[in-house]
Design a protein around this ligand. Structure first.
Ligand code: S3P
Length: 429
């Protein structure tokens, strides 16, 4: 796709698609629940639809009337052995969280995905789940999908010190922990997104939080009739927030955006860099704080350092924040983000290579990158590397590039944001 948008501004307001992390969890926990769950504003993107399909294959009664999703759950012991290999497409969250659930099922299942997912490391979940008693096999001595899981019931308890601040690892262990009465806890080096803990509590499971440790208490049954209304995804809003900040004459309001503090690192960084940003109409939707975020053109941006405990709070927004950094005064440094290298693409490489290809100055670090500010972007050919967030980041770059930005494969945006290019066009003025 060739985008030549220089001279246009982004103006208007938009409710970006719903949160991907919460949509996945609504299906997963709704499937383990005994009771009826209605999911409103479910994200119908490829990743979340793959999760939905997986639970249908595991025998759960899920229907989609086009508006709401209805899950008639029969409890955590009701899943059935799947008749076929379960294909989770591009979705890391699906394969890792579902592995946690399947670890506690006394049957055989095989999980696979697309060529990108089959290159993503699974030992991070396989190690604790094996310690809990599940048998998990995969390519290259168990590290990569396809994964074969032979679950066990009951599993062993675990007090897991996770080497990474990863919500996927934490969630996989907590979900497996539903299948044991022994003590289960996960301690992280920094706090990752907490949607699993919040939603388990909403379903009635005893969850205790003590600093960086989450543990399961006595009640591990999910039993509630719930309505889950999924707020807008801050990771999708990020593209238009950055677009408005870097493009003259722009002002965009993003409505109903999730403001859970484990997700709002991007807002802290944007404020620090001097972005004109305001948050209004703060309220609760589906147990999460949400608000309307307005961002306008911000000509006086300053470079910053993004590191340490802030990283898990904005991990998925780093490619688009790197684009923002090209317009700031000074050199922005991103470190402690080695995890970026094992996302849907190696996002250190894909971001830096593409920034260079359109005329920015950026360099890779083993665990991050350095971006030179006040760069005039020229435009040119970039690759999405099959990664939705890279495709969307460089579509936004075209707003300020002198010439066209040509992105090779943009179909991957359907992973999280199928209507992205329509929404972009509708905001152009
Ligand atoms: C997610 C957790 C994060 C994030 C991913 C979604 C989740 O991954 O990057 O897009 O929904 O739990 P890690 O757990 O690997 O950090």
């Amino acid at each position: 796709m060739k985008l030549e948008l220089k001279g246009k501004a982004l103006r208007g307001n938009l409710r970006v698609p719903s949160d991907k992390s919460i949509s996945h969890r609504a299906i997963m926990l709704g499937s383990l629940n005994r009771g009826e769950v209605v999911v409103r504003n479910f994200l119908r993107s490829e990743d979340c639809l793959n999760t939905l399909k997986a639970f249908v294959e595991l025998g759960v009664d899920i229907s989609d009337n086009g508006d709401e999703i209805l899950i008639k759950g029969k409890g955590k012991y009701s899943l059935k052995e799947p008749f076929n290999v379960i294909d989770l497409g591009n979705s890391g969250t699906s394969i890792r969280l579902i592995s946690g659930i399947l670890a506690g099922q006394p049957f055989y299942s095989v999980l696979t995905g697309d060529q990108y997912l089959r290159r993503r490391p699974m030992d991070r979940i396989a190690i604790p789940l094996r310690e809990m008693g599940a048998l998990i096999y995969g390519r290259e001595s168990g590290k990569f999908p396809p994964l074969t899981i032979l679950g066990r019931r009951p599993l062993n308890g675990i007090n897991y010190k996770s080497p990474k601040a990863s919500a996927q690892v934490k969630s996989a262990v907590l979900l497996a922990g539903l299948y044991t009465d022994e003590p289960v806890s996960v301690t992280e080096p920094a706090k990752s997104r907490d949607h699993t803990e919040r939603m388990l509590s909403a379903f009635g499971v005893d969850v205790k939080i003590d600093g960086l440790t989450v543990s399961l208490g006595e009640n591990r049954e999910l039993s509630a009739d719930l309505e889950i209304d999924v707020p807008a995804d801050i990771s999708s809003a990020a593209f238009f927030m950055v677009g408005a900040a870097i493009t003259p004459n722009s002002e965009v309001t993003l409505r109903d955006v999730i403001l859970n503090p484990t997700r709002t690192g991007i807002l802290d960084v944007m404020k620090r860099m001097g972005v004109n940003l305001r948050i209004e109409n703060v309220r609760q939707i589906g147990g999460e704080e949400v608000g309307d975020i307005t961002v306008s053109y911000s000509p006086e941006l300053k470079a910053t350092v993004i590191e340490g405990e802030e990283i898990p709070r904005l991990i998925d927004e780093l490619p688009v924040l790197a684009l923002l950094a090209t317009q700031a005064e000074g050199e922005t440094v991103i470190k402690d983000a080695a995890e970026l290298r094992v996302k849907e693409s190696d996002r250190v490489k894909s971001t830096v290579e593409n920034l260079k290809a359109i005329g920015a100055l950026a360099e890779e670090l083993p665990d991050g990158m350095v971006i030179r500010g006040k760069c005039k972007l020229k435009g040119g050919k970039v690759s999405s590397y099959g990664d939705h967030r890279i495709a969307m980041t460089f579509a936004i770059a075209s707003l300020i590039a002198e010439e066209a930005v040509e992105i090779d494969d943009t179909e991957c945006v359907a992973t999280s944001y199928p209507g992205f290019f329509d929404d972009l066009r509708n905001l152009l003025e």
